[in-house]
Write a protein that binds this ligand. Structure first.
Ligand SMILES: [Zn+2]
Ligand SMILES: [Zn+2]
Ligand SMILES: [Zn+2]
Length: 822
C-alpha cells in the first residue's frame, strides 16, 4: 500500500477538506457556494439525479410514464408540461427520478433541465466543461478518494498482523467507507466532468470488488447502493459497464447483496442493454443457474417429484428465487430479447431445465387419519406463487409468440424444447395424479399452452408441421395429466381429500384462480392438435381421451385397447348402485367438456392486445360486451368498479368501456344495470372463465347465484348468444373444437343422457316409477350436456343444414324448460 494514501488523524476532517479542496474552498459554506456555481454552469441536460428514501413524495403521469414504476420528482414535475395528462401524487419506497430517461419517460414530459444524456457529456469532452483549476484538483483527488474506499472495503488483516479484525475497527472502517460514498455521490451530482472522473476510476476489478463488498450486513451497504444508483442513472456508459459486471457476478450478488440485486431494474429494462446482456453475457444462463441453485436450497428431496422443506427458515431463499424470475421477466419484456430466446438453443434449454425440475412438484398424499406436519399452508402458498410468478414473468414472451405476425418456423424451437423437456420429466409417462397422490403443478405444460399461437394452430396448411412438433402420444399423455389435475380439484371439492383440511381447501382455491383456466386452454389446444393426427384409433380420439382420463385410475397404455365411450357409459351406469366417486367423475366429465367447448373468453383475451391492430379494434368490443353482460348480470356496478375488473391485458381505455356499456346496459344513478334485451346473451356456463380478480371466490359464487336467479326470471334460455347474434367468442376456434369431436360417440351419448332425464321427468308427472336410472338425478350434468348440444347445433347449422333438426328430433325435452333444474 502506498504511504500517500494512508490518511492519518481525524478521518472526517480529512475527507471534508479533500472535498473543499476540489471545490477550491476553505470552509463548507464556501464549498457549497462554489458547488452551486458549478452546477449552474453545467448544460441543462442529462437525467435528474434526485433519489428518494422511504415515504418521499413523487409524481406519476399515466400519459408520460413508460411503465407504472416510473416517477418524476416534484421539482421536475412542476416544470414539465403535463397539461391535460392523467397524473397522480404517490409516496415512494426509494428509487430515483426518471426525468431525462427516455426509456422510462416520454421526452415530451421532461422538464427543461433534463433530457437524454448526450454522448459528449458522458465522455472526456465533459472535462472541458470544468473550470481548469477545479479540473486539475479533481484529477488528483478523485483517485485518492477511490483509493480510500478500496482500503476500507476489506479488513486490514496484514497491516495489523491480526487474524480477526476487532468489531470496533470494523465499525469505524465501514462507517468511513459510507462517508466516502456520500462524498463521491455529491461530486457526481455537481458536474458532468466530475462524474466522468469517478466513472473512469471505477472499472474492471475495482468495480467487481466494490460490488462484492456490498453485502447487506456492511454498514456502508445503503450508501454504496445510493452511490451506484446515482452513477448508473446519470451515466449511460457506466450503466453498461455496471450491467455487465453485475451479470458476471450475479449469483454472488444475489446471495450476499440483495440490495444491489434490486438495481437490476435500472438496466434490465433498457432494450439495448438487455439484448447485450442476453447475447454477449449469457444473462439467462446466469439467472437461471442461480434459480436452480436456490431451488436446490429449498428442496427436501427430489427422487420422484420435488418436495419442499418448511419455508419458515428459508424465507429469504424463496424471496431470492422470486427476485431471479422477476429479473427474467424484465429481460423478456423486450421484443428483441424474445426474438433472441427463440433463436438460441442454450437459452431454451436453460428455461426447459428449470421448468422440468418443477414438474408435478410438491405432491400431496391422501391420508385420512394422519396429518403430515411439514405440509403447512405457508409452504403451499410459496409453491403456488412460484409457479404463477414464473408464468407471469414469461408472459411477455408468450405474448410475443401469440402476435399475429409470428410464423410457426420461428416458434417451433420453443415448442420443441418444451415438448422434449416434458417428455424427459420424471414420471411423465408413468406417474399421474390418482386417488391417493396428486400435484397441482405443471409449469412447462402451462407455459407451452400460454405460448401457443392460436391463429397458426387453425391454419390448415400448417397441419403437417404441427403434427411433427406435437406427437400423438405426447398429446394423449398431456391431456391425461391436465384432466387429472382438474379431477384432483373436483375431488377436493367433493370432500375426497380431507387431509390437512384448511391447507387443502386453500390449495383448490389457489388452483382455480391461478391455473384452472390455462388447463382448460391446454385441453382445447390439444384436442384440436389430436384431431390433426386423425382419429381412426379410439384411444387417440379426443372425446375418448377425455373420458378415459376422467374415469380411469391408471396411466394410459398404448397397448391396451380402450373401451369405447359408449360401452363404458353403459357399463358404468347400468346398475342402480353407482359410487359417489363415479358420480363426481361423471359430473366432471360434462363440466370439462362443456367448458372446453364454451370457454372462449380467455383465448380471445390472449389474442387481443392493443398493439395488434386491426384484430384489436375488431374483437375488443365483442369481448367487452360479453364481459359486461356476464358481470352486470350479478348486479349493478359503477364505472370504476367495472374498469377495475376488465382484464388488464386488454388495455381498455375509458372511452371503449363507455361504448360497450352503452350497447348492453343503462345508467341508473351512478351505476350500470343490464338492459332487458342483454339478458338473452347471458351464459350460465361462462362464470368460471370470468377473470374476477377483485372478488374473493365466495363473493363471486354468491353473486353468480343471484345472476342465475335473475336470468331465470327473464325467461331466456341462459345458454348464451348464438352465432347469428354476432357476440359469440372465438367462433373459428369453437368450430375446430366441435370438428375435433366429429368421429366421437358424443351425439349418441348426449341423446341417451337426455332421454334418461326426459323419461324420468315424464315419470314424475305421471306419478309412477316404472323405470329408474342412476343418471336421472344428475341435473347439474344435464345443464352442461344441454350447453354442449346447443354449441354443437349452433356450430353445425351453417355447415350441415340438416344437422340440428336431426339432433333435436331425438329430444323430447325442450331446452328452455330444462335449464332451470329442480
Ligand atoms: Zn427530477
Ligand atoms: Zn427534470
Ligand atoms: Zn405527463
Amino acid at each position: 500500500m502506498e504511504a500517500e494514501h494512508v490518511w492519518d488523524g481525524d478521518f472526517d476532517k480529512r475527507l471534508e477538506s479533500c472535498i473543499w479542496e476540489i471545490f477550491g474552498a476553505q470552509s463548507e459554506e464556501e464549498a457549497a457556494a462554489r458547488e452551486a456555481e458549478l452546477k449552474e454552469s453545467q448544460p441543462r441536460a442529462g437525467v435528474c439525479p434526485v433519489q428518494w428514501g422511504q415515504q418521499d413524495v413523487a409524481f406519476r403521469c399515466l400519459d408520460c410514464e413508460l411503465d407504472s414504476n416510473c416517477i418524476q420528482c416534484c421539482d421536475c414535475f412542476f416544470k414539465a408540461p403535463h397539461e391535460g395528462h392523467e397524473v397522480a401524487l404517490i409516496r415512494t419506497v426509494g428509487g430515483s427520478c426518471d426525468c431525462g430517461d427516455p426509456h422510462s419517460w416520454a421526452p415530451s414530459g421532461f422538464c427543461p433541465e433534463h433530457c437524454e444524456t448526450p454522448q459528449r457529456l458522458d465522455n472526456e469532452e465533459s472535462l472541458d466543461l470544468l473550470p481548469p483549476l477545479l479540473r486539475t484538483r479533481a484529477e488528483a483527488l478523485v483517485p485518492e478518494l477511490m483509493a480510500q474506499v478500496d482500503q476500507r472495503l476489506t479488513p486490514r488483516l496484514r497491516m495489523h498482523g491480526l487474524r480477526n479484525e476487532a468489531e470496533a475497527d470494523k465499525t469505524i472502517r465501514e462507517k468511513q467507507a459510507a462517508l466516502v460514498f456520500g462524498a463521491l455521490r455529491r461530486l457526481g451530482e455537481a458536474a458532468f466532468g466530475l462524474r466522468y472522473l469517478v466513472v473512469q476510476e471505477l472499472q474492471g476489478d475495482r468495480l467487481a470488488n466494490w460490488m462484492k463488498a456490498g453485502v447487506d450486513e456492511a454498514l456502508f451497504s445503503e450508501a454504496l447502493e445510493r452511490f451506484f444508483l446515482l452513477y448508473v442513472q446519470v451515466s449511460p456508459c457506466f450503466k453498461r459497464t455496471f450491467a455487465k459486471t453485475f451479470i458476471r457476478q450475479y449469483d454472488q450478488i444475489l446471495q450476499d447483496a440483495p440490495r444491489l440485486d434490486a438495481l437490476g431494474v435500472q438496466f434490465l429494462t433498457i432494450p439495448e442493454v438487455a439484448v447485450e446482456l442476453v447475447a454477449k453475457e449469457d444473462a439467462f444462463g446466469a439467472l437461471l443457474s442461480a434459480a436452480n441453485r436456490l431451488l436446490t436450497s429449498v428442496v427436501d428431496h427430489e427422487d420422484e417429484n420435488m418436495v419442499f422443506q418448511d419455508p419458515e427458515p428459508l424465507q429469504t431463499n424463496w424471496e431470492k428465487l422470486r427476485s431471479v424470475f422477476h429479473s427474467v421477466g424484465f429481460l423478456c419484456f423486450h421484443k428483441s430479447v424474445c426474438e433472441h430466446i427463440l433463436k438460441t438453443p442454450s437459452v431454451l434449454e436453460a428455461i426447459a431445465e428449470v421448468l422440468q425440475r418443477l414438474w408435478r412438484m410438491s405432491p400431496q398424499q391422501r391420508a385420512i387419519v394422519r396429518h403430515v406436519l411439514y405440509e403447512t399452508r405457508q409452504l403451499q402458498i410459496q409453491v403456488f406463487t412460484l409457479e404463477s410468478e414464473i408464468l407471469r414473468y414469461f408472459f411477455t414472451l408468450c405474448d410475443f409468440c401469440r402476435r399475429p405476425q409470428a410464423t410457426l418456423e420461428e416458434l417451433q424451437p420453443l415448442y420443441a424444447w418444451l415438448v422434449a423437456s416434458l417428455q424427459d420429466s420424471r414420471g411423465f409417462l408413468s406417474s399421474f395424479n390418482n386417488a391417493s397422490a396428486a400435484s397441482f403443478h405443471l409449469p412447462a405444460l402451462r407455459l407451452l399452452t400460454l405460448s401457443l399461437n392460436f391463429e397458426l394452430l387453425l391454419d390448415p396448411s400448417l397441419a403437417d408441421s404441427w403434427r411433427k412438433i406435437f406427437p400423438r402420444d405426447f398429446l394423449v399423455t398431456c391431456i391425461m395429466h391436465t384432466v387429472r389435475t382438474l379431477r384432483f380439484e373436483a375431488e377436493i371439492r367433493a370432500g375426497w381429500w380431507v387431509r390437512n383440511g384448511e391447507s387443502m381447501r386453500a390449495q383448490h382455491v389457489d388452483y382455480r384462480t391461478k391455473f384452472r383456466q390455462t388447463d382448460i386452454m391446454t385441453l382445447q389446444a390439444f384436442m384440436i392438435l389430436l384431431h390433426m393426427h386423425g382419429s381412426e384409433d379410439t384411444a387417440c380420439e379426443p372425446l375418448s381421451c377425455l373420458w378415459t382420463a376422467v374415469f380411469s385410475d391408471d396411466a394410459p397404455s398404448a397397448s391396451k385397447p380402450e373401451a369405447s365411450v359408449w360401452t363404458s357409459w353403459r357399463r358404468q351406469w347400468v346398475e342402480n348402485a353407482v359410487s359417489e366417486q363415479t358420480r363426481t367423475r361423471f359430473r366432471l366429465f360434462w363440466l370439462i367438456l362443456c367448458q372446453v367447448l364454451n370457454e372462449m373468453f380467455p383465448i380471445e383475451v390472449a389474442a387481443c392486445r392493443r398493439d395488434w391492430e386491426p384484430r384489436y379494434s375488431y374483437r375488443c368490443p365483442v369481448i367487452l360486451q360479453r364481459f359486461l353482460i356476464q358481470v352486470l348480470a350479478t348486479g349493478p356496478l359503477s364505472l370504476s368498479e367495472l374498469a377495475n375488473m376488465v382484464p388488464k391485458e386488454l388495455q381498455v381505455r375509458e372511452g371503449q368501456l363507455a361504448e360497450a356499456l352503452e350497447a348492453v346496459a343503462t345508467r341508473q344513478d351512478a351505476r350500470y344495470v343490464l338492459k332487458q334485451r342483454s339478458w338473452q346473451h347471458f351464459d350460465i356456463c361462462m362464470a368460471e372463465a370470468m377473470p374476477i380478480r377483485s372478488w374473493r371466490d365466495g363473493t363471486w359464487r354468491e353473486r353468480q347465484h343471484r345472476a342465475e336467479e335473475k336470468a331465470l326470471a327473464q325467461e331466456v334460455s341462459m345458454l348464451g348468444p348464438r352465432r347469428a347474434d354476432g357476440l359469440t367468442l372465438a367462433p373459428a376456434w369453437q368450430d375446430h373444437l366441435v370438428e375435433s369431436l366429429c368421429n366421437s360417440e358424443l351425439v349418441p351419448l348426449v341423446v341417451d343422457f337426455i332421454e334418461i332425464q326426459s323419461s324420468f321427468r315424464q315419470d314424475k308427472e305421471a306419478q309412477s316409477s316404472v323405470w329408474r336410472h342412476p343418471a336421472q338425478h344428475e341435473d347439474g350434468s344435464l345443464l352442461h350436456c344441454l350447453k354442449v348440444l346447443d354449441i354443437l347445433s349452433d356450430a353445425q347449422s351453417p355447415h350441415v343444414p340438416g344437422a340440428p333438426a336431426t339432433l333435436t328430433a331425438h329430444l323430447r325435452l325442450p331446452v328452455t324448460a330444462a335449464t332451470g333444474g329442480d
